[in-house]
Design a protein around this ligand. Structure first.
Ligand code: 7RM
Length: 635
């Protein structure tokens, strides 16, 4: 074996031990043997969490696009780098080879330069899931411009805030986008946003839907003619290891979104290394992550991680429900996908529709299934395992964050056994621990607490753009000398981690920090339940009581809702204890979610507490209409 490719549980144990006992030499060897450097580092890592200041591979020089593209040309020039699967299944897929992708990135980089973009400038990318999105990300990296991708489902206000916060001078966008049976006027949204963004002087517009849009004289240009004229070669800019690679905004429950800053060398090493092992990618595999590149999952595991490994990665423009709920499985069959990575929200949405949409599609190419974004409940886990994986595909439940850059706690297919609802063990280099409210580490097994990381890892964010103090306050102040994740977790008898949810959402029942996940898990066991969210609300006698919001499956034909309420509480009593029974159970058509599919419990908590007027920041809410419904039907 090499440390770069872990192939057995024994390997994992050896590599993990080495990565903890001597992190410097561990990461040094990995970096040296598996990447292309223009100049080697002087120091592998230097860190001070009290400032916080974290530096990896200081003194090294490189360009990440040479690692993702140029170095593959000789061996893999004709290998498919990107498979583009359009929203409309009748439109042919596109296979883009490493050589073609390299040329497209070079042309695009030359266009950026011709419009005055240089190293260190911030460029906002507001493009749907089409090849131009990946190409524009890489073109920025080619010349050292810092990309800030904004998910192309965000509103004009959300876009303007993100453009202004990091002073982007350029926006790359599209005439419009296809999403299911809808088209979205992206350029119109950009125009509206730019009324409040005086710093933007240049807008490049890709053509996708051929809509009749207006270009603003002196500011907007069609992209394609510029690409056609640009030279097909562009030397890669020399980047320092700690030069920023990108900014990506992530929102918490309070305050404005945080522009997480990721730097070049550490992020590259970490995403490439985790990709290889978590998905056990081998040379001829086809890998598909269904996330949008507008989220960290897309940055790390559609673009950088796969391309750094010379992989074939699928880029899907559409949604799981169009033309019907079998779309994912049609795509798996069509491209013979080997590794499939999605979110619990998608799995639950598909499971809600029943098994018929999976049956009849040849998904036998699948080898590994992955999930990310939320705790996956037991029901959804087994549905994924049985209906999609036919019990033959290991499931990797990968826990990580925008802030961590890459996967942190996960099983490894065929190597670290999976356990339903558990992310399982820390990846090499990751010193995970649990701490109590006083900040003391909780040792031993069968314990729960707040999840922290004790030592830096190469992929971690280095700051929040323009607000280093907030970076320190949010992640490094609560617990001395540790990175605080904001999540609660428990460790089972053999050291497996289960993430129980955000600590802000945590529910304390008789002094036990149960987290939202285990209670919801019990509810979701009910045959008719598709998904659920629970929150606490004040209670005269008990102090706090539990309020459950429950969505039922499509197939459920319910006459007696009271009976279901009773059955749900029985399940909770059985799994957790009578103490965790719900006082109120409201059935809703959907749960409020963020645009990346996470349940927004914060909003449900306010509704349960009767604060229906001021729900806080709802700009990242996917389905505002359901909030109205839930308020109307509040119990
Ligand atoms: C990659 C991503 C981060 C938060 C994180 C958790 C939750 C993510 C899992 C999970 C349980 C998982 N980045 N989370 N993965 N919870 N099991 N496998 O999602 O910045 O958007 O969100 O998501 O609460 O802190 S993120």
């Amino acid at each position: 074996m090499s440390d770069y490719h872990i192939t057995s549980f024994d390997d994992y144990k050896k590599v993990y031990t080495k990565s903890i006992s001597n992190p410097e030499s561990f990461w040094e060897t990995l970096a040296e043997e598996n990447f292309l450097w223009r100049k080697k580092w002087n120091k592998v890592v230097s860190w001070d969490f009290s400032k916080p200041e974290i530096k990896w591979f200081e003194g090294a020089q490189l360009n990440i696009t040479e690692n993702c593209l140029d170095r593959h040309l000789e061996q893999r020039g004709n290998k498919t780098a990107l498979i583009f699967e359009p929203n409309n299944p009748d439109e042919p897929a596109k296979h883009i080879s490493y050589r073609e992708l390299h040329e497209q990135v070079c042309r695009f980089a030359n266009v950026l330069k011709s419009r005055g973009i240089k190293k260190g400038d911030r460029v906002c990318i507001y493009v749907p899931m089409i090849p131009e999105l990946a190409v524009s990300v890489l073109a920025c990296a080619r010349i050292g411009a810092v990309h800030s991708v904004v998910f192309a489902g965000f509103s004009a206000n959300a876009l303007a805030m993100r453009i202004n916060d990091c002073d982007c001078s350029m926006v790359i966008t599209c005439d419009g986008s296809f999403r299911g049976n809808k088209t979205i006027d992206l350029k119109g949204i950009v125009d509206e946003a730019l009324q409040n963004c005086p710093g933007v002087t240049s807008v490049l517009v890709a053509k996708r839907i051929n809509s009749d849009i207006k270009l603003k004289e002196g500011r907007d240009e069609w992209l394609q003619p510029l690409l056609d004229k640009a030279a097909p070669v562009c030397p890669a800019e020399t980047m320092e290891a700690e030069d920023p690679l990108f900014i990506l905004y992530t929102s918490g429950s309070t305050g404005k979104p945080k522009g997480m800053v990721h730097t070049t060398a550490g992020y590259m090493v970490y995403t490439a290394y985790t990709f290889k092992n978590v998905f056990q990618y081998s040379e001829n595999d086809v890998y598909w992550c269904t996330a949008d590149i507008g989220w960290i999952t897309g940055h790390s595991y559609i673009v950088y991680g796969p391309l750094a490994n010379g992989a074939t990665t699928v880029l899907f423009e559409g949604v799981p429900s169009y033309p019907d709920f079998s779309r994912f499985w049609q795509i798996v069959a069509k491209h013979k996908v080997n590794q499939f990575y999605t979110a619990p929200t998608a799995i639950r949405a598909l499971a809600k529709q029943g098994v018929a949409f999976v049956e009849g599609h040849d998904v036998s190419s699948l080898k590994v299934l992955g999930t990310v974004g939320e705790p996956i409940n037991d029901e959804a886990w087994h549905w994924y395992d049985e209906t999609v994986g036919k019990k033959k595909c290991p499931i990797v439940d990968t826990w990580w964050q925008t802030e961590t850059g890459g996967i942190m706690i996960t099983s490894l297919p065929g190597i670290i056994p999976s356990k339903p609802t558990f992310a399982t063990l820390a990846f090499p280099g990751i010193q995970a621990c649990l701490v109590n409210e006083e900040g003391e580490e909780i040792k031993g097994n069968n314990v729960d607490g707040r999840l922290c990381i004790k030592f830096p890892w190469p992929g971690m964010a280095r700051t929040i753009w323009g607000d280093h103090q907030r970076f320190k306050d949010t992640y490094f102040t609560a617990f001395n000398d540790k990175y605080f994740t904001g999540d609660g977790a428990l460790r089972d008898a053999i050291g497996n981690y289960r993430i129980t949810g955000r600590v802000d959402d945590v529910i304390i029942v008789s002094g036990h920090n149960l987290g939202t996940a285990p209670i919801e898990d019990a509810i979701n066991e009910h045959l008719n339940v598709a998904e659920s969210a629970i929150v606490a609300f004040p209670h005269d006698i008990k102090g706090n009581a539990l309020y459950g919001f429950v969505t039922l499956k499509e197939s459920a034909e319910i006459e007696d809702f009271e009976a279901i309420r009773g059955e749900i509480n029985q399940l909770i009593s059985k799994q957790i204890g009578a103490i965790a029974k719900l006082d109120k159970i409201q059935f809703t058509s959907e749960l409020p979610k963020t645009r990346s599919g996470k349940i927004m419990r914060r909003i449900l908590r306010k509704i349960a507490c009767g604060e229906t007027e001021n729900l806080g920041d709802t700009s990242t809410l996917l389905n505002p209409e359901v909030v109205e419904e839930i308020i109307q039907q509040r119990l």
